[in-house]
Design a protein around this ligand. Structure first.
Ligand SMILES: [Zn+2]
Length: 288
């Protein structure tokens, strides 16, 4: 569940929707120097400090968004990126919470050190999750010198909004998410939510890239980020269809094949979906 982007996003910001009250607190964040946290991020080499803690009320749940710092990695977010991360997570959660009653939990943001690698334009996120428990989003941030600071920040927000939807996937469809063969919908639906959170010229370019892939006769189960187009089409029919599709995907680790994914997709979608999709996206292909 890695997303790297190498181009900039220009978006129009929309005001945050109002939050619903009252709410039940979800639970205390876990000790980020403890064994549970270390095993979750597959690293014992953590000297964790909490930089900030914010509460977010979403539907009837009050969750904690933490920003952490790992002294062992000497990593922290550049100025302005902390607020940007919190905004992107909030937007991502609110887009889906507006459509369906879902489970939410705490989120921790853990920056990774990439400065010593002298990399240019490295922005990526990895989400570590344990089912219905705290979600850890690890981020690497090196702004690209060829882009404006604003464009870099927007690209960062897109990545965080994408990772935040992986958290939602883990809290609500953890069995489906655990399968390797689920990559096609994991990444396609996460890019959809990020695109809805930060629509703009360059995210439209991503759509067109996905379109080009599909026009080249790839089935959706054979792609990952390119499926933003397919999920955009599904969301336009009804956002409920995106959630229902994910819920209908295979849950059994013994059934972790692309064939099983495609069979579940065929069982879920109406028979005329192939024709409808091909009409909507001139030749777009769903199945192999
Ligand atoms: Zn991803």
């Amino acid at each position: 569940m890695l997303l790297s982007a190498t181009f900039a996003f220009v978006v129009a910001l929309t005001p945050a929707p109002s939050l619903l009250l009252p709410a039940q607190p979800v639970g205390a964040p876990i000790d980020c120097n403890g064994a549970v946290f270390k095993s979750q991020i597959y690293s014992n080499d953590v000297e964790c400090q909490e930089i900030s803690r914010n509460r977010l009320t979403i539907q009837d749940q009050t969750i904690t968004l933490r920003v952490l710092r790992d002294d062992a990695e000497d990593a922290q977010l550049p100025p302005a990126y902390e607020a940007a991360a919190l905004e992107a997570i909030t937007k991502s959660f609110e887009i889906v919470a507006k459509q369906r009653k879902l489970n939410f939990h705490n989120v921790s943001i853990l920056p990774r050190d990439v400065y010593n690698q002298r990399r240019e334009a490295k922005m990526s996120g990895v989400t570590y999750w344990r089912g219905k428990a705290e979600c850890v989003i690890s981020l690497e941030v090196v702004p690209a010198s060829r882009f404006t600071p604003e464009a870099n920040l927007l690209m960062f927000k897109f990545i965080v909004a994408h990772e935040a939807f992986h958290c939602v996937q883990s809290w609500n469809w953890s069995h489906q998410l655990a399968l390797d063969s689920a990559n096609w919908w994991k990444e396609g639906s996460a890019d959809l939510i990020a695109m809805l959170a930060y629509p703009g010229i360059d995210s439209q370019m991503k759509v067109n890239m996905g379109y080009a892939d599909i026009a080249n006769a790839k089935a959706v189960t054979q792609m990952d980020y390119g499926n933003v187009l397919f999920f955009h089409w599904l969301w336009a029919q009804s956002p409920q269809k995106v959630f229902d599709l994910i819920a209908a995907m295979p849950r059994d680790p013994a059934n972790d094949t692309i064939e099983a994914q495609e069979a579940a997709l065929k069982a879920y979608l109406p028979q005329d979906a192939t024709a409808q999709y091909a009409t909507a996206y001139s030749g777009g292909k769903i199945y192999r």
